[in-house]
Write a protein that binds this ligand. Sequence first.
Ligand code: FBP
Length: 545
Amino acid sequence: MKKSALQIARAAYQPKLPEALKGPVAVKEGAPTQSVGDQDKIKELFPNTYGMPVIEFVKGEAKQYPSYNVGVILSGGQAPGGHNVISGLFDGVKATNPDNKLYGFILGPGGLVDHKYMELTADIIDEYRNTGGFDIIGSGRTKLEKVDQFESGIQILRELGIKALVIIGGDDSNTNACVLAEYYAAKKYGVQVIGCPKTIDGDLKNEQIETSFGFDTACKTYSELIGNIQRDCNSARKYWHFIKLMGRSASHIALECALQTQPNICLISEEVEAKAMSLDDIVTQIANAVALRAEEGNNFGTVLVPEGLIEFIPAIKSLIKDLNEVLATPKAKTVAREKLIDYIKKHITKENLATFNSLPTEVSTQLALDRDPHGNVQVSLIETEKLLSGLVEEKLEEMAAEGKYKGKFASQHHFFGYEGRCAAPSNYDADYCYSLGYNAAQLIASGKTGYMSIVKNTTAPASEWIAGGVPITMMMNIERRNGEDKPVIRKALVELDGAPFKYFAAHRDEWAKETCYVYPGPIQYFGPTEVCDQPTKTLQLEQQK
Ligand code: FBP
């Protein structure tokens, strides 16, 4: 495989580890835990993995461990640093006992069910250290939820002598990891299941998980691109750039990119919902900012649009909820795809039908027909950036006719998502991911199951990071999914009373009117620490550092 100069230099980078993980560890246990909601129901559903304590690793005495094998799965969307989780896991598993082996299941959870795997040897691992992507074993979105999948999984785990399985995934995949851990514990199969918090979306976080890996690198990559566009836009002074940013549900990516680049406008879906804004309210807000800048002769600007926006507009949210219920009925499942839109229109409420009919056909069809395997609307396929710029143009024409706007409006569209998911991990993600993987090996050696690997205090130097585990059940509550009540990990949305949003809200009027662009430039891997090792603005503001 031909390598770039940067790849060759990065291969030699040794990721940092928390001090406690640098030698033998001992387990420090906290108090028993409760789930974040619906305690009785979650306890009943997870009798073997509920209530376990949060744990922290501290320095301990050297121990002899028997040899065993470990399996690993990459699940869901790619996120920078996945290869470092696996290399950290490999090094941790080998440090426990050099005879241990690590197996990777191919193309996501489906590899476990279909018995597709490969042994990850030192040679293979060395090729992938500090690189972006999930291509070492591939990823997939197969939902692990059925008993026959669990049973098929245990066959291959036994055949390969695997004592523990590490599932690297987002909230849905870690929910499934927890269900699997509970099932194997209930059946006394003797296989542990450990999760690792991954997703560029940044919405798998809580008191125990500071951030999901990949968020740092993805946001820095998008911010570089946004900064470049802003320079271009401020040079030509003739375009409004509508930039949609990935993040299926929460707006953490859009907010972080806004903090890094200071665009003219950044929409935050959670605020749209809290203020019960309609599509027209959003369009009016953008059009007013365009008109204000036009008064100063500035017929250019940038608008950041979170991918999940559409789902947070209350009228559309209610429509999606209704669609999900209608589509989950046994009758709907028998209707042919070409007849489904007519069927849906007959079965949703009058108000939701009005919303449905008001949307452009491509958008309403996407909302109605396409779901990912977890039942999520595939918002990355909806061109919200084009929808918004078109509506803003119409609004500006109306305003011009009323004498409220004099200016020129021309737009450009961008969607940044896939561009950042496989970027070479920043130093932060390279260190964080390696530590998460190494730490997962310690959770396995300590006999834990149903835990997620966690590393905290990450705005401090890596030597002060705190490593341990959190029971996955602690993060769960019951939510309605696809017409059913299900135990799931609670998604972390942008908090409107949190420090990152407050900082943004305090500055956005100035950013809208003036041109306050910041140009972050590309991620730097070598050089002064203030250039190379800064965590996200979100994390810094959250931890007030
Ligand atoms: P995960 O939650 O699995 O990490 O995926 C996040 C994400 O990148 C979203 O931001 C985006 O909406 C979605 O994946 C796109 O999915 P796909 O890769 O299947 O097109």
